[in-house]
Design a protein around this ligand. Structure first.
Ligand SMILES: C[S@@+](CC[C@H](N)C(=O)[O-])C[C@H]1O[C@@H](n2cnc3c(N)ncnc32)[C@H](O)[C@@H]1O
Length: 276
């Protein structure tokens, strides 16, 4: 997985399916909605936004803290609040213009922010404060905003042209990411309380059989889960598990989990489909 796609792994929370997510995506059938019922760190929901297989994706997670982290870091982080970025770059341009003893930074500003690079006329009107801010992040990384993330990569590039090309690529990817996240809805319920229709594709990555590993949620009850999936109206219900469950068939063996069991045997991650 390359660096720019790492965000799709979501929050590094136990049970994160980041490494198997693409395999799971390739197996799940397409449809109108995908419901990621035990969302956890969110890797399945985030990978799903990249697939063109579903019009809508529902991330559900009962644990409030994990749910909050997911929405804060992943969903809100990607919504850039433009009003927070009103910085006086115009003045900086004219300050540089007035100086007789210009620094390298002054000269870069005058070159990049002037119309036709004439180093005299300020490039943007007052409506475009955001462009000014992004450029400042690109060249100096000192805006104190999220855009400063651009600086690390851009500082390795030598020409202004390269730096701007990098910025445009970043902007494009960011916009795409924002658009894709628009299909994602989140909820913080017990799995049995999520509204599900017969055409939904339901993916379940529950706490594994008899596991008591998960904090701040009621102890896992496999019988209750079995009863629930037998009654659930959806035709396509998939479950990640290590061992087959009643009334399911194995649709894929996703290979070894990188963890040893008490008996030192490697567990195999299975993808099961509910049979009714
Ligand atoms: C195996 S993890 C899911 C990992 C997730 N697929 C990922 O890639 O990060 C199981 C999740 O189910 C949540 N959970 C436990 N009981 C639940 C319940 N009754 N309803 C909804 N979620 C529950 C746990 O808090 C945990 O985050």
């Amino acid at each position: 997985m390359n660096q720019k796609d790492k965000w799709m792994r979501g929050i590094p929370y136990q049970g994160n399916k980041g490494q198997k997510a693409q395999q799971i995506m390739d197996i799940l059938p397409g449809g109108k909605r995908l419901i990621d019922l035990f969302g956890g760190g969110g890797s399945i929901s985030l990978f799903a936004t990249q697939q063109d297989k579903w019009q809508q994706i529902i991330y559900n997670e009962l644990n409030r803290d994990i749910y909050q982290m997911f929405t804060e870091f992943i969903i809100n982080h990607n919504q850039i609040d433009l009003t927070a970025f009103a910085v006086p770059n115009r003045e900086r341009f004219f300050d540089a213009l007035k100086k007789t003893d210009r620094t390298l930074a002054d000269n870069i500003i005058l070159t990049c922010w002037s119309f036709s690079n004439d180093r005299r006329s300020f490039l943007w009107g007052k409506k475009n404060e955001i462009k000014i801010l992004v450029s400042r992040a690109l060249f100096f990384g000192d805006t104190g905003t999220k855009y400063d993330a651009l600086y690390e990569e851009a500082s390795k590039l030598t020409t202004i042209r390269e730096k701007y090309a990098y910025y445009h690529k970043f902007r494009l990817e960011r916009l795409q990411q924002l658009e894709q996240l628009e299909q994602l809805e989140v909820s913080n319920k017990d799995y049995a309380d999520v509204q599900i229709g017969k055409d939904d594709v339901v993916y379940c990555d529950p706490p594994y059989g008899n596991s008591r590993d998960y904090k701040d949620v009621p102890e896992w009850n496999p019988e209750r889960f079995h009863e629930w999936y037998m009654k659930c109206p959806a035709k396509d219900i998939y479950i990640s598990e290590y061992t087959p469950l009643p009334d399911t068939e194995i649709v894929a063996d996703l290979g070894n989990k990188h963890r040893f069991t008490a008996t030192c045997k490697r567990k195999h991650e299975l993808l099961l489909k509910v049979k009714k």
